[in-house]
Design a protein around this ligand. Structure first.
Ligand code: ADP
Ligand code: ASP
Ligand code: MG
Length: 241
């Protein structure tokens, strides 16, 4: 059994949260599953990096912005692999390109085209938990690309699709998908299940809980996606057929 788990920025914001995510990952591995973990940059790192870049060049090229922003997820991946190691489990961190993720050349909003090579499989078959930096890939001409804001969700679903995972779990700071943003509308109602189509409509209307392309990919490859809280451990919302 192979499971992909993705942790968003707020779920990794500091060392206690990152270690708590690592414990959830190792708990799954303990049960015998192969686990691929996709990580976002910690907390507000991406916003901070964008602000820092603008200070040196308000119109930095899209290519260099990608080279710079992709580092946020790489820091998370290395840290997560070390946290898993601290819990006594073998783990390896991979950048998007080490993992083999190829994209088109649209800097800042690249689309994932495929997974090259078998690096992830080889690491899994050696008994390792594989931690992949989200939000990034390699475009034509071997340049680093990023997938657009919120794009780590799409990294996770793409890997679940290409590796034929059982499920893609998206851990975030709310306990599922609601009919409206639960932070702004305390009376919002939570879905136990929601169809890909309905989820895409919610996203069109501004629900940024999932990256739109992640849901399109999940629908294309029929991957069930579970959106759940990294803080409670309660079952979340299944986005499926
Ligand atoms: P992450 O950093 O884990 O990727 P995001 O900020 O991208 O998290 O997505 C989670 C946020 O999405 C929640 O904090 C919530 O405020 C917001 N959100 C907006 N609309 C919805 C919705 N319909 N259902 C659930 N969450 C929503
Ligand atoms: N770190 C990127 C962002 O803030 C990607 C992601 O979190 O999914 O948009
Ligand atoms: Mg997100």
């Amino acid at each position: 059994m192979l499971i992909v788990q993705k942790y968003g920025g707020s779920s990794l914001a500091d060392a206690p949260r990152l270690l708590s995510a690592a414990r959830r990952v190792t708990g799954l591995a303990q049960q015998g599953a192969q686990v691929v973990v996709v990580v976002s940059a910690q907390g507000d790192t991406t916003d901070d990096l964008i602000a820092a870049a603008r200070q040196v060049n308000p119109r930095g090229s899209a290519r260099e912005m990608d080279a710079y922003l992709a580092a946020g997820e790489q820091l998370s991946a290395g840290l997560m692999a070390m946290a898993i190691g601290a819990l006594g489990y073998p783990a390896v961190s991979l950048t998007g390109w080490q993992a083999g993720l190829r994209t088109d050349g649209i800097h800042g909003n690249a689309r994932i085209l495929g997974l090259e090579g078998d690096r992830i499989r080889r690491e899994l078959d050696q008994g390792k938990i594989v931690v992949v930096a989200g939000f990034q890939g390699l475009g034509p001409g071997e340049d680093v690309t990023t997938l657009g804001r919120g794009g780590s969700d799409t990294t996770a679903v793409a890997l679940a699709a290409f590796l034929k995972a059982q499920v893609c779990q998206i851990f975030t700071d709310v306990d599922g998908v609601y009919d409206r943003d639960p932070r702004r509308y305390p009376d919002a109602t939570r879905f136990g299940r929601i169809s890909y189509e309905k989820m895409l409509r919610l996203i069109e209307n501004g629900a940024q809980v999932l990256h739109d392309r992640s849901v399109e990919l999940a629908r294309e490859y029929m991957i069930p996606v579970e959106v759940l809280s990294s803080f409670t451990g309660a079952p979340g919302t299944i986005v499926g057929p």
